[in-house]
Design a protein around this ligand. Sequence first.
Ligand code: ZN
Length: 248
Amino acid sequence: MPAGLEDLFGRERPGEPDEAAGEFRRALVVAAHPDDADFGAAGTAALLARAGWEVRYLVATDGSKGSDDPAIAQPELIAMRAEEQRAAAVILGVGEVRFLGHTDGELVWSHALIGEVVREIREFRPYAVYTHDPEAVIVGNSFVSHSDHRATGLATVDAVYPAARDRLNFPEQVAAGLQPHKVRELYIFGGNESNFSVDITEVIETKIAAMRAHTSQFPPELLERMREYWRDADGRYHEQFRRVIMFI
Ligand SMILES: [Zn+2]
């Protein structure tokens, strides 16, 4: 019997799906590149998995621009990064990783991209969806949010509401047997606003191990510095989200 959310999360914890009403303990993390889901939400994903939730990652691009090494050919890099993402998922207890396979650096918000995310939502039927901030271009006066992050975030928010919910959006999916689906909670990471702080102190080493799996992206010394990014003044580790409880 897995521990409940109240045992694993601190004061701020996600809502409980109403299983009697047909809701599932499932969370979908939609990220632009292989490694983004781990940077933004690996600790939370690990906690949810420990609580018995099914967690799935959906990665929009192939990560094919993520190397400065001229010796690595792009097909090799794509395969390597997919493998790194799958290895990180295993460490966290994330059950499945899916890839939409779009070209890294060239993702644009589109009706077609929304449809791809809607299909995944209607199929997996998550209670909660986690994704990038679609709005922030500059984050914390110290980062430019990658355009792929913004495109992924916006398409995912649009997929959650209203597209996945309404049968007249992407009706060909409904005709093919996928039912509309209402996501109950949306969590945004990587933006300037947060209202929900998950205490990931218990799983920080698991998060770091998952990030270490992305060997093409994070040299060990960088990872040690990055650890500070999640540490608060009180010495505990947190992932910050903007939580939206869907009213309708
Ligand atoms: Zn990214």
